[in-house]
Design a protein around this ligand. Structure first.
Ligand code: F6R
Length: 638
């Protein structure tokens, strides 16, 4: 049965001092996507009962994928027919052939149309092959066709980091209709990894206009993840401006923005709820508020005054806590207690106020690394300390990371191997070399090429762990199957991935697990790897040794924990920072021309350095000691 829609409708939303568009926040994008799919399904059925077509405006990109999954599953279970559905897609790259793997035509068929009973004649996707001189007429016809159906009943949207909806980039006019546009550089950078490099991303696209979208009777915009947080805030709370085209949705009477916690994290009511309304002050919120105030006023925690609190909407907090003096000391102590140079616990010390247990003095430690380099990038200093302090450290690389090795790099190794090898006609080398030399953009690597790329990353990892003094038998490679598609698009997490993860945990019986809690990597691999670990530890929960196992989450190359979330802060000396840097540099295939850079174009060692330095500076500014660098962790309770 289709569930009742659980998010509040627009009518129940009152514009506040801060928010100008109705929005609903969910802890998880999967649950939210199901609700969105159910709203669409309800509309399709309602139109069916009225004997009318249901005209849907559809989007591509990562945001709506789970919505389409749910619509397909409703169809498969016999609950939903698309027989009365007419669709108009928002956009298509130009020039772009429908048969291209990255075309939106391909995307829509792959994720939705090939799996439902929609009449192919009812599918409308802008044609990326229309010659430029015919484009104006083509766009007018596209608009006319929407109009002929009585306009869009529903428009699904994602949002780009530039604030684009459809491909209406900054500068788009509210009256704009369907037209050809030039893509913003940021948008092209975001698409670069899908196209195997910025140079292959088309420069133009055909898109419905802002006015086309605003005419839809209902609009739902989806935004997931930390990297959308800033543009979501500008869209929901900022002025209406063509610099953020999504802000024009403030003029639409029936728009809802659906967010996950991360995408909502910059909204004022989430980030600083105390400036919006009365708060219920739990310990976590107090910590967040005080550390925020200290940063906002650029004053160490111990110097905050009653007036500072009152002036910033926190008089309620003072009322609960008595005075700024007591509150400051409490929060300062919390921060102080998070700092430890003994990430595996300090033997023979009172651990009441330490992040880790003193016993057992020698712990079995399992460091999970989603790709073969996240371990050193994100927690290289802590890794080193754990080894130096005598713990039994194992590192487990979850995926092969083969996708991120360039063809040139693989060719280099294959040719070296072929030349070194006495049998020059060895089939494997010839096959690899010939494939790579004739490979076309978008071709999927043959198995042998994937293998050599995976091996390059393996050997780089072993180089780095040997440099840290770790024995080779403590380095494990899982090559989780979900990752091994040869494509950027991975399979969903499967039972086998979880089973492999459980097996390694059972084998090592760790007292500590470290895992990448970074949910913002561009292709979601970290998130899948983390889900594999969460599932595995939950499944193993009842086994005895797990009672003694603590899970610590680090963050990857893309973001850091908010200071109020950090439960263990490990300071690094200048010497440790330079050893960590050297370890990162062992990953030569990820240097210079990194394929999956994300939004930051700097090399990983530089980003890691700066991030750890920033965390140290933050602690210093809050009034704690001035360390060279700090790596930060948050505990996960399972
Ligand atoms: C897609 C589209 C774009 C995307 C936006 C977000 O048809 O028009 O506006 O919705 O770029 O992309 P994702 O969802 O991949 O973050």
């Amino acid at each position: 049965m289709i569930q009742e829609i659980e998010y509040k409708q627009v009518g129940q939303f009152e514009k506040s001092k801060f928010e100008k568009i109705h929005n609903e926040i969910f802890p998880d994008s999967s649950v939210a996507s199901k609700l969105v799919a159910h709203e669409i399904a309800t509309l399709i059925k309602q139109k069916q009962q009225e004997g009318k077509p249901c005209v849907l405006g559809l989007a591509t990109g990562s945001s709506p994928i789970k919505v389409y999954e749910e619509l397909v599953s409703l169809h498969r279970s016999g609950e939903l027919s698309f027989s009365n559905v007419v669709t108009f897609n928002l956009d298509e790259y130009h020039p772009m052939d429908a048969s291209h793997q990255q075309s939106y035509y391909h995307f829509m068929h792959q994720h939705l149309f090939d799996h439902v009973d929609i009449n192919p004649e009812n599918i409308n996707i802008p044609d990326g092959t229309v010659p430029l001189q015919e484009m104006d007429q083509y766009c007018i016809d596209y608009e006319m066709k929407i109009k002929k159906y009585g306009g869009l009943d529903f428009q699904l949207l994602g949002i780009g980091r530039t604030g684009h909806i459809g491909f209406n980039e900054p500068g788009s006019h509210p009256n704009s209709g369907t037209r050809i546009i030039t893509l913003d550089h940021v948008t092209r950078t975001d698409a670069a990894s899908d196209f195997n490099g910025l140079e292959h991303v088309p420069k133009k696209a055909v898109t419905m206009g802002i006015s086309t979208i605003l005419k839809s009777k209902r609009v739902l915009l989806l935004a997931w993840g930390h990297k959308k947080a800033s543009v979501v805030k500008q869209t929901v709370e900022g002025e209406i401006t063509s610099n953020i085209p999504a802000s024009f949705l403030q003029q639409h009477k029936n728009t809802t923005i659906i967010l996950d916690d991360e995408a909502a994290s910059e909204l004022t009511r989430i980030k600083t709820p105390w400036v919006v309304d009365q708060c219920i002050w739990n310990e976590q919120l107090k910590f967040k508020a005080v550390t925020w105030l200290s940063q906002e006023l650029n004053k160490p925690v111990l110097k905050l005054t009653d007036k500072d609190y009152n002036d910033n909407g926190m008089s309620g907090l003072l009322a609960v806590e008595g005075s700024s003096y007591d509150l400051n000391i409490k929060i300062f102590n919390n921060l102080q207690h998070s700092i430890t140079g003994w990430p595996g616990g300090k033997p023979d010390a009172d651990d009441t106020n330490r992040p880790e247990r003193a016993l057992p003095a020698k712990k079995r430690v399992l460091i999970f690394s989603p790709h073969p380099d996240d371990d050193v990038i994100s927690m290289g200093g802590t890794f080193l300390r754990l080894i130096d302090q005598g713990h039994d450290v194992h590192v487990v690389y979850q995926t092969s990371g083969n996708i991120a090795v360039t063809d040139d790099e693989a060719l280099k190794f294959a040719e070296v191997a072929q030349n070194f090898h006495s049998d020059k006609d060895d089939d494997t080398y010839t096959k690899v070399i010939e494939f790579l030399r004739s490979k076309n953009q978008g071709d999927i690597d043959i198995l042998e090429v994937r293998k050599i790329k995976g091996l390059i990353r393996r050997m780089e990892s072993v180089g780095a762990t040997r440099y840290f003094g770790l024995d080779d038998e403590k380095v494990h490679f899982l090559d989780l199957p979900f990752y091994e598609t040869g494509k950027i698009m991975k399979k969903p997490l499967g039972e086998e991935d979880i089973k492999i993860t459980e097996d390694i945990i059972k084998k090592i019986k760790p007292h500590q697990i470290y895992a990448a809690g970074d949910l913002a990597d561009p292709h979601g691999t970290h998130k899948v790897c983390l889900d594999a670990i969460f599932n595995a530890v939950k499944n193993l929960k009842t086994i005895d040794f797990m009672n003694d196992c603590w899970v610590w989450l680090y963050r990857g190359a893309w973001q850091e924990w908010d200071v109020s979330e950090i439960e263990m802060a490990v300071p690094l000396s200048p010497h440790e920072v330079s050893k960590k840097t050297n370890a990162i540099l062992y990953h030569q295939s990820q240097k210079d021309r990194v394929m999956f850079q994300g939004e930051d174009s700097r090399e990983f060692w530089l980003r890691a350095r700066e991030r750890n330095r920033n965390t140290a500076e933050l602690y210093d500014k809050l009034g704690l000691a001035d360390y060279e660098a700090i790596e930060a962790f948050k505990r996960y309770i399972f």
